[in-house]
Ligand binder design. Structure first.
Ligand code: PA5
Length: 445
C-alpha cells in the first residue's frame, strides 16, 4: 500500500486548482479504460496485474528454477524497457553485498546489452570464463543493436563453454511472438521463450516476463509482486473517488506544478536500494511525456548521498524544480548506534538510536529546507521494501503516467524521438538499406 502526500506543494499550487483537475482526470481515465485516446493499441499494461494467471507465474517460476539450478551467473541482456524494470526490482530487494558473498543463495545477476562499451563487454566475457552461466535475452523488437551485439558474444561463449545442449537449456528468449531476429534465433536454436504482448510497450513491461523472469531467477517472489500490483490496480481504479486515488492526485498535482513553471521533477529516495527505481521512473515518464516540445524533465537523486553534490542546486538554484520523495517507513533490518566512552567523534547524542531514525530526520529536515527554498514537495510513502510494496509502487507510477500523459495532451505510449540516433548510427555504420542516409550524413561531416 502507498500513501501520497501532496500538501507540501500547496505553497506553489493551490488545493483548489489541483481539485479542479477532477473532471479532466476522469476523462483521461475513461480514455485509458475505453481505449479512445492516442496510443490505444498499447494499453495491455492497464489491467495486466489482475489478469496474470497462476499458470503463467508457475511457468515463469519453473524456468527460473532451471536457470537457478544450472547457473552460478545469469546475464540479463536488454535495454530501456527491456532492462530497467528488472534491475529496479532486483536491486531494491537484494542484499547490497549479495554478489560478494561466497555462499550464494541465488545466481549472480549481471545486466548487459544496455550499452555499447567495449571494455564493459570485454570485462564481462573475461569474468564469465570458466563460469557456469546462462542468458536471458530480452528484446521486444528483437533487433535492438545494443542487446543483439551483447547476445551474439554471450551466445557464442555460452555454447563454447557449456556445450550446445546445455546452452539450449540455459538461454531463454523474451521477445515478440513471431517477428524479429531474437525470435528467429530462439526458434532455430530451440530456446525456451516467453512472449512480450504486442499491446504492452517496453517501459510498461516490468510485469510481463521481461521483468518477472529475471526477478524470479534472482530469488524473489513474483506471486507477491504481482499481488501488490493487482492491489494497486484496484486502489487506482476508475471507480475510486479522485481525492482517494493516488495515481489521479499525483498526475493532477504534477501537471499543475508544470503549469506553474516547475519544469523539472526530481524523484528522491533516501535508500540506496531505490537508485534503479529512479532510473526506471525516469524512462517511464521521460519517454512517455517528452514529446511535441513539451513534458516535465524527469531527474532522480539518491539522498542523503546527493545532498552533498546536488543539494546546493536544489536548495538554491533556478526555481523550476519540484521533488517527489519515495519514503520507506520501515527498514528490513535493525542497527543501533553504539555508545562510545571517549566520544571523540561527538556522536554520543545519537547513541541508542537506530540508523534509520537519523535517516528519517535527514529526510524531514531536507523536506522542510527545500520547501522553504521554494521547492514544492510530494511524498510517496511505502511501508517497507518488499515484493508487494514494490509491485504496488510500480503500478502506481504506470497508472499515473498514463493519466498524466493524457492531461498533457501527448501520446504517452509512443517514442518516435528514440529513432533519430539509431538512423544516424546505422547510416554511419553503413548498415544495408541505409545507403542514401549514409551518403547524406557523410556529406554533413
Ligand atoms: O520503452 C521502450 O519502448 C524502449 O525503451 C524499449 O524498451 C527499448 O528501446 C528496447 O527495445 P527492445 O525491447 O525492442 O529491444
Amino acid at each position: 500500500m502507498i500513501a501520497l502526500h501532496i500538501e507540501k506543494s500547496f505553497g506553489t499550487v493551490s488545493k483548489e486548482n489541483v481539485a479542479a483537475y477532477e473532471a479532466r482526470v476522469m476523462a483521461a481515465q475513461k480514455m485509458l479504460e475505453e481505449g479512445t485516446g492516442a496510443g490505444n493499441d498499447f494499453l495491455g499494461w492497464l489491467h495486466l496485474p489482475s489478469s496474470i494467471t497462476p499458470e503463467h507465474l508457475a511457468d515463469l517460476n519453473a524456468t527460473a528454477q532451471t536457470l537457478r539450478e544450472n547457473c552460478e551467473v545469469v546475464i540479463v541482456a536488454g535495454i530501456g524497457g527491456s532492462y530497467l524494470g528488472a534491475r529496479a526490482v532486483i536491486e531494491a530487494l537484494s542484499n547490497s553485498f549479495a554478489w560478494l558473498q561466497t555462499e550464494k543463495k541465488s545466481p549472480v545477476i549481471i545486466f548487459a546489452g544496455h550499452n555499447i562499451g567495449e571494455d564493459y563487454l570485454y570485462e564481462l566475457t573475461e569474468y564469465l570464463k570458466g563460469k557456469k552461466f546462462g542468458v536471458i535475452n530480452i528484446s521486444k523488437s528483437g533487433t535492438t543493436t545494443e542487446t543483439a551485439l551483447a547476445f551474439r558474444l554471450l551466445k557464442k561463449q555460452c555454447e563454447t563453454q557449456r556445450g550446445k545442449e546445455m546452452a539450449r537449456k540455459v538461454i531463454v528468449a523474451i521477445t515478440d511472438a513471431v517477428k524479429g531476429a531474437a525470435r528467429v534465433t530462439a526458434d532455430k536454436e530451440g530456446y525456451k521463450t516467453f512472449v512480450i504482448p504486442d499491446n504492452v510497450g517496453g517501459r510498461f513491461s516490468v510485469l510481463t516476463p521481461v521483468g518477472l523472469l529475471p526477478i524470479a531467477v534472482a530469488g524473489f517472489d513474483i506471486v507477491k509482486l504481482v499481488a501488490g500490483a493487482a492491489g494497486m490496480e484496484q486502489v487506482c481504479g476508475i471507480d475510486k473517488p479522485f481525492c482517494e486515488n493516488p495515481a489521479a492526485l499525483y498526475a493532477a498535482t504534477r501537471n499543475e506544478l508544470y503549469k506553474s513553471g516547475k519544469k523539472i521533477e526530481i524523484l528522491v529516495n533516501f535508500n540506496p536500494k531505490l537508485h534503479y527505481v529512479g532510473e526506471w521512473w525516469k524512462q517511464l515518464y521521460g519517454e512517455s511525456e517528452g514529446k511535441d516540445h513539451k513534458g516535465i524533465f524527469p531527474a532522480a537523486v539518491d539522498f542523503s548521498t546527493d545532498l552533498h553534490s546536488m543539494g546546493q542546486w536544489i536548495q538554491d538554484g533556478e526555481r523550476t524544480i519540484y521533488e517527489t520523495v519515495i519514503s520507506v517507513e520501515q527498514p528490513n533490518h535493525k542497527l543501533e548506534i553504539p555508545t562510545d566512552e571517549a566520544n571523540l567523534d561527538g556522536l554520543n547524542f545519537l547513541a541508542g538510536k537506530r540508523v534509520d531514525q537519523v535517516n528519517k530526520m535527514a529526510e524531514l529536515g531536507t523536506q522542510l529546507a527545500h520547501v522553504d527554498g521554494g521547492v514544492p514537495n510530494m511524498r510517496v510513502v511505502i511501508s517497507a521494501l518488499d515484493e508487494e510494496n514494490i509491485g504496488g509502487l510500480l503500478y502506481f507510477f504506470e497508472k499515473a503516467c498514463g493519466i498524466s500523459g493524457y492531461l498533457l495532451e501527448v501520446n504517452p505510449f509512443n517514442q518516435p524521438g528514440v529513432e533519430a540516433y539509431k538512423k544516424n548510427m546505422f547510416a554511419l555504420l553503413d548498415k544495408p538499406g541505409y545507403e542514401a542516409e549514409s551518403k547524406a550524413i557523410r556529406a554533413r561531416l
